[in-house]
Write a protein that binds this ligand. Structure first.
Ligand SMILES: [Zn+2]
Length: 398
């Protein structure tokens, strides 16, 4: 399967740099989707564009056998690039709020797209080495959780061969040229919400006549830090981050309201419920303490379920995973072509990848729901080491 890879890499490197130079916001990936569709067609795939907005689906049929879906995300982020790379992005776009924003592939989705196009090229060129049907899913809107949902709502699992397994990937802080996997929970559930804190504005010279939402917001942000520190057990984990705090326009005017955008990450359904409730209670409590004329208003920005894939790539098939170096059993699939496999310290990822939405739909919500509150079993899974597979491609990284 590696035959021809060396010849393919320079072109993939150029493709990666081009994608990196021209990021697009979630659900606006028109240029990227066009490049993906053209590449896939050139490789001999059946291509459908516009699935769930800017999604692209490729199908490659190669006789009897399982249906395997390979998935990559394509969107960039409203971040100003300061890497100094000669192919750094200088592009801008309008956000959904109509504000001009800088653009950067700051989450590696350019690499995901280029890597999957490399894999689809190799798989199409070596059909004598495999049997079955491949589905290449290029998903828009991973950063907002909108893309996977839009593709599913647009009939991804009905219009195309239904996959027996969905393989997703994300770049991460691992040794160069390595691939890691683990049984059980891989990525946290992520909930983002907006809290509107309602005060009463006035002139900065007369704060006693106002209910200052700036002070209310500042107190709320500090108080929120106590949730993980004081309410989550040391054996459990969660993250509560306030990534945006906005209020006011001028130094001598006390505004009427402030807005917090809060991100919550958890690995367990019960902890998630508790932390979400604590966030709401804390925001409402600080508003009451400030004497707010009206209680705060909450709205959901997005919500990603827990990623807990199973089947052959976890322990769910009942097979004993191969023994990693050092005597620890890893969760790698025996069929993966490991070159120098080793166990890594137990770690789960707090990032988010909406392949979980595809996995969730594939396995059924109940199955995953049952796992979320797995107690001791979940804690055991959480201690399983990551399995790391050396790909041998480190020196070739684009
Ligand atoms: Zn990402």
């Amino acid at each position: 399967m590696r035959d021809g890879l060396d010849a393919r890499l320079p072109g993939l490197g150029l493709l990666y740099r081009d994608l990196h130079s021209h990021p697009e916001l979630s659900m606006q990936e028109h240029r990227t989707a066009g490049i993906v569709a053209a590449e896939l067609r050139g490789q001999g795939w059946e291509v459908t564009e516009g699935v769930g907005g800017t999604g692209v689906v490729g199908v490659l049929r190669n006789g009897e056998g399982p249906v395997v879906a390979l998935r990559a995300d394509m969107d960039g982020l409203p971040v100003r690039e300061a890497t100094g790379l000669d192919y750094a992005s200088t592009d801008t776009a309008l956000s959904p709020d109509g504000e001009p924003v800088p653009l950067m592939h700051a989450c590696g989705h350019d690499l995901h797209t280029a890597a999957l196009l490399g894999a689809t090229g190799q798989l199409a060129a070596h059909r004598e080495l495999w049997r079955g049907t491949l589905l290449a899913i290029f998903q828009p809107g991973e950063e907002t959780a909108a893309g996977a949902r839009a593709m599913l709502a647009d009939g991804l699992l009905e219009r195309f061969p239904r996959p027996d397994v969905v393989l997703g990937q994300h770049v991460g802080p691992l040794p160069l040229g390595s691939v890691a996997t683990r049984p059980g929970v891989v990525m946290a559930a992520a909930d983002s919400l907006r809290a509107r804190l309602l005060g009463r504005g006035g002139h900065g010279s007369a704060p006693h006549a106002t209910v200052d939402p700036v002070v209310m917001a500042a107190a709320t942000v500090m108080r929120l830090q106590g949730i993980v520190a004081r309410e989550v057990s040391p054996t459990e984990s969660a993250v509560v981050t306030v990534g945006s705090l906005r209020a006011g326009t001028k130094e001598n005017i006390i505004p009427d309201e402030a807005e917090l955008k809060i991100n919550i990450r958890t690995f367990d359904a019960a902890v998630r419920e508790r932390v979400l409730a604590a966030v709401r209670r804390t925001v409402e409590g600080e508003a009451a303490t400030s004497g707010a004329p009206r209680p705060p208003e909450f709205s959901e920005i997005n919500s990603f379920p827990l990623l807990s894939p199973d089947g052959q790539f976890g322990r769910g098939d009942g097979t004993r995973p191969p023994r990693a170096r050092g005597g620890r059993r890893s969760g790698a699939h025996p069929a993966l072509p490991a070159v120098g496999q080793r166990g890594l310290r137990p770690a789960r990822h707090c990032g988010r990848v909406s392949v979980r939405l595809l996995v969730l739909r594939r396995h059924g919500a109940q199955q995953l729901g049952g796992r979320r509150s797995g107690g001791r079993a979940a804690a055991h899974r959480a201690r399983q080491p990551l399995a790391v597979l050396r790909t041998g491609g480190g020196s070739r990284a684009a």
